[in-house]
Design a protein around this ligand. Structure first.
Ligand SMILES: Cc1cc2nc3c(=O)[nH]c(=O)nc-3n(C[C@H](O)[C@H](O)[C@H](O)COP(=O)(O)OP(=O)(O)OC[C@H]3O[C@@H](n4cnc5c(N)ncnc54)[C@H](O)[C@@H]3O)c2cc1C
Length: 312
């Protein structure tokens, strides 16, 4: 049987949204999508795929690549080799993908964001999406692909029917690496990834004492405050508010960047926002290359002017 094996991402008993991208790629590949999950109930996952394989192991065991390759081996013996093993481009997905590629000696393509069905070419991007690379797995055996979140969701097949369900038992568990515990993410008042309007502050605000005035503006705009890394490193804003490669990726309707230069580590976290407005006193600031609207001015003056207008 020609099939694509989706190794599901679960997070503390929750079926992760980004699996939809993996299933979406399977819909494009035109293969039967067989979803591999650890034992437990993960809600809606079965309705989108052709088959469900439940490995009789706990989630923490499932996340360990040393165990996962044994599970994959069992699947391949029972069902034959999949054409593609599809994983999410996440820390656990990439860890397993690279380990499995070495273990089974298979070609691997990570962080794929597009696929050309006619030519069988996978695409990934480099340098903050400035250039693209085209890849074709060699040979006609199994290849491993990790999928960038948000790339294939719209293609997710709406199967509706109940998939076949099989259980994989007696998995040999490796003791070479022991799972210790899940550590809770810092609890915060807001989730900047859910905000529709972000007022993002950069080093250009000058000092921490300016924050309350920007918070007041954010309140008037019904915006949520976020920031660039220096603002977080200086402890002017909490870590959960950081946008960028070492912070969060956001996609609000409006991203108003004030006093942010536009380093690529920042741009990578906000470039897909629907409307980017940048305020910076430096006309050459890189952020203007990504902004839909740019204001070359002192940010404090723009802040105060906006407040006056909104008060009026
Ligand atoms: C491994 C690594 C990971 C990183 N991850 C991230 C990340 O996740 N997020 C992130 O943001 N950065 C990250 N960085 C840092 C990144 O490289 C930049 O240093 C950072 O984004 C710069 O922040 P900024 O734009 O606020 O500050 P600056 O680059 O200092 O820019 C300040 C801007 O404010 C303008 N300005 C100053 N005063 C005013 C004024 N009164 N009115 C108008 N404009 C004014 C200036 O013209 C300037 O353009 C990372 C770096 C590394 C090495």
């Amino acid at each position: 049987m020609s099939y694509a094996l989706v190794v599901s991402e679960v997070r503390r008993g929750i079926f992760e949204e980004r699996n939809l991208d993996s299933i979406g790629l399977c819909a494009l590949l035109g293969k039967d999508a067989i979803l591999l999950i650890p034992e437990g109930d993960y809600g809606m996952n079965g309705q989108l795929v052709d088959g469900l394989l439940k490995a009789k192991v706990e989630e923490a065991v499932f996340l360990n690549p040393l165990n996962m390759v044994k599970i994959l081996e069992k699947v391949m013996v029972a069902r034959g080799k999949p054409d593609t093993i599809v994983l999410t481009n996440s820390s656990s997905g990439n860890e397993l993908a690279s380990y499995a590629a070495g273990y089974f000696n298979l070609p691997i393509i990570t962080d794929v964001n597009s696929y050309d069905k006619e030519q069988g070419i996978f695409y990934k991007s480099y340098y903050s999406d400035k250039i693209f690379g085209e890849f074709k797995p060699s040979g006609d055996g199994t290849s491993i692909v990790t999928v960038r979140s948000g790339s294939f969701k719209e293609f997710a097949a709406d199967k509706g029917a109940a998939p076949s369900v099989e259980t994989i038992e007696d998995v040999a568990v490796s003791t070479a690496r022991t799972f210790m515990e899940f550590v809770e993410e810092e609890k915060t008042d807001v989730d900047i990834t859910k905000a529709e309007f972000l007022l993002s502050l950069g080093r250009g605000i000058g000092n921490k004492d300016e924050i309350p005035d920007y918070e007041e503006l954010a309140g008037m705009l019904k915006a949520v405050i976020s920031g660039s890394r220096p603002v977080i490193d200086k402890l002017w804003l909490p870590k959960a508010r950081q946008v960028g490669t070492s912070g969060k990726t956001v996609k609000p309707k409006v991203y108003l960047a004030m006093g942010i230069s536009g380093a690529f580590q920042h741009i990578a976290g906000m470039k897909d926002s629907d409307c980017i407005i940048a305020v910076n006193k430096d006309a050459e600031a890189p952020i203007f290359q990504y902004a839909h609207y740019g204001i070359i001015a002192d940010i404090h003056k723009v802040r105060d002017k906006l407040k006056d207008i909104l008060k009026g």
